[in-house]
Ligand binder design. Structure first.
Ligand code: ADP
Length: 403
């Protein structure tokens, strides 16, 4: 029998998330995560789906190498070890692929060197992703390993959308342009939305709203991304859990000159202490809704600012696409917060957007329509699945090699 399993690894600076997928039926025999790598109290949580058993332990895990070895041991206990002949490949999430990587890519030394060259564009993420790849390659040097980039889906953006209106030489010297992120999710959700409508992706124009703790919008024209709200970094665009999203860049000069703040302090302010957290002290939409119900004015204002920005992007991407067939809500907020969906499209009937309140109130894990029967534009809730997308792209690239 040919190898049909793909291990998906998502290595953060102090964490390692993993899912083992079987590509015959997209099932997940095992998954888990290691947190607080490098600390005394690292934690490993492993779930073996077949036995429905979760094993957890806490103790020091020094680095990613030790973390992956611990994961390999857990998998081996369930007969799913990294040396299993059923394992076809390992798929790695890599945050920044710059302009180089427009597709999932089989990893070799040259690819590793290029991901390293891109570190200045993603100083927190790419080093952690590289560590995960190097560790996995050391454990299974013979196994195909594939990098799937968060930026790749957005590399089809035209220059008019990808460039900032700043001096071209300066921009090019520092590789400054709009790269976009969450690309794996935007790719998956836009395709799944077309499927939900029973149409081919190339025939459908979709606005995807990925609203998690990080949040981004994209305009997808016939399956290709033509604009997205995140830019050089994930700071641009929508109001997020802790990030400001769009603002006048001169705010930064003002904070330096008048506020006496350092570059690092401003970086922390805008990435970690802004957005919903900065506005009302909470970044969880459930908590914000609860406070609004109690009459909390700050929570109300935070919600209103969040929705105002979201609406502006819906309008902007409507104009960019010309014709919109569907708007798809996804990720933690998009999939669960019916009030956010309702507020985002309220008053947009003239644009052909009309929500069915009863459908919108239904909670379900499946892709579904929440628009009314007479809505010209379909409004969809489409749960994202970045691991499945990484596994699918990885398997499509290397699956045949192990047949
Ligand atoms: P990320 O992957 O960016 O960390 P998620 O996509 O998991 O984030 O989204 C997390 C966010 O989703 C939470 O911060 C919370 O605001 C929101 N969320 C999760 N569940 C619900 C829910 N039932 N109702 C409203 N919001 C929710």
């Amino acid at each position: 029998m040919s190898a049909t399993r793909v291990l998906v690894l998502n290595s953060g600076s102090s964490s390692l998330k993993y899912q083992l997928l079987d590509m015959r039926d997209s099932s997940r025999p095992a998954m888990g995560l290691v947190e607080r790598i490098g600390e005394q109290s690292s934690r490993l949580k492993h779930t073996h789906v077949k036995g429905d058993a979760t094993r957890e332990w806490t103790g020091p895990i020094a680095d990613h190498d030790a973390a992956l070895k611990a994961v390999a041991e857990e998998l081996a206990k369930d007969g799913l070890g990294l040396d299993s002949p059923d394992l076809a490949a390992i798929g790695h999430r890599v945050v920044h692929g710059g302009q180089t990587f427009t597709e999932p890519t089989v990893i070799d030394e040259a690819v590793l060197a290029e991901i390293e060259r891109l570190i200045p564009l993603a100083p927190l993420h790419n080093p952690a992703n590289l560590t995960g790849i190097r560790t996995a390659r050391a454990l299974r040097p013979d196994l195909p390993q594939v990098a799937v980039f968060d930026t790749a889906f957005h590399t089809t953006m035209p220059e008019s959308a990808a460039r900032y209106a700043i001096d071209v030489e300066t921009a090019d010297a520092h590789r400054i342009r709009r790269y976009g992120f969450h690309g794996t999710s935007h790719a998956y959700v836009s395709r799944a939305t077309a499927e939900l409508l029973g149409r081919a992706p190339q025939d459908v124009n979709v606005i995807v709203l990925h609203l998690g703790n990080g949040a981004s919008a994209s305009a997808v024209l016939g399956g290709r991304c033509v604009d997205t709200s995140m830019g050089l970094t994930p700071l641009e665009g929508l109001v997020m859990g802790t990030r400001s999203g769009d603002m006048d860049p001169a705010v930064i000069f003002h904070l330096m000159r008048v506020g006496g703040m350092s570059t690092d302090e401003i970086d922390t302010l805008l990435n970690k202490k802004s957005g919903l957290t900065g506005l009302c002290g909470d970044n969880d939409m459930r908590e914000i809704r609860r406070r609004i119900d109690e009459g909390d004015a700050r929570a109300r204002l935070a919600f209103d600012i969040y929705i105002h920005r979201l609406k502006k992007y819906i309008g902007a991407y409507y104009a960019v696409l010309g014709r919109v067939d569907a708007i798809a809500f996804t990720a933690g907020v998009g999939e669960n917060a019916a009030e956010v969906r309702a507020a985002a499209v309220a008053g947009l009937e003239q644009l052909g957007l009309s929500l069915d309140p009863e459908l919108n109130a239904v909670r379900a894990g499946e892709p579904r329509l929440v628009s009314s029967a007479n809505s010209r534009v379909a409004i969809a809730v489409v749960p994202t699945d970045e691991e499945l997308e990484i596994a699918t792209q990885t398997y499509a690239l290397v699956g045949h090699e192990s047949d």
